[in-house]
Design a protein around this ligand. Structure first.
Ligand SMILES: [Ca+2]
Ligand SMILES: [Ca+2]
Ligand SMILES: [Ca+2]
Length: 125
């Protein structure tokens, strides 16, 4: 592995997405790989749980950061910081070659539901 110089947010996001694709590949209910540091970043109000709002807010901010040219779409280039070409194809539901905020949020919020085992609308450790 070469050393990546991700910003913390991008690094966390890459970790989350990588976990997801692995889970999809294995069709297994693997544990979310939320480290204590990740958890602290997502749990903005330090309530001890990550609400859907907190999760979505983080993802929206991540999207804005990745969208370098600010056209509200991620090109394969822009997204390459966090996902592989294969993952890009999964998130780009309508296959137009870009990932819109809607496609992005829909994808990551599905992950939220998957992680939320007890369906209480919060991720806890
Ligand atoms: Ca919280
Ligand atoms: Ca863009
Ligand atoms: Ca698309």
């Amino acid at each position: 592995m070469k050393t990546f110089r991700f910003k913390p947010a991008a690094c966390l996001l890459a970790g989350l997405l990588a976990t997801v694709s692995m889970a999809q590949a294995q069709q297994a209910a693997s544990q979310p790989a939320l480290t204590p540091e990740h958890f602290a970043q997502l749990d903005r109000n330090k309530s001890g749980g990550i609400s859907k709002d907190e999760y979505e807010q983080f993802m929206r901010e991540s999207f804005q950061k990745l969208d370098k040219d600010g056209n509200q779409r991620l090109s394969p280039d822009e997204a390459s910081e966090i996902i592989t070409t294969e993952q890009f194809g999964v998130v780009d539901v309508n296959k137009d070659g870009t990932i819109t905020l809607d496609e992005f949020i829909e994808h990551v919020m599905r992950d939220f539901d998957r992680y939320d085992y007890d369906k209480d609308g919060k991720l806890t450790q």
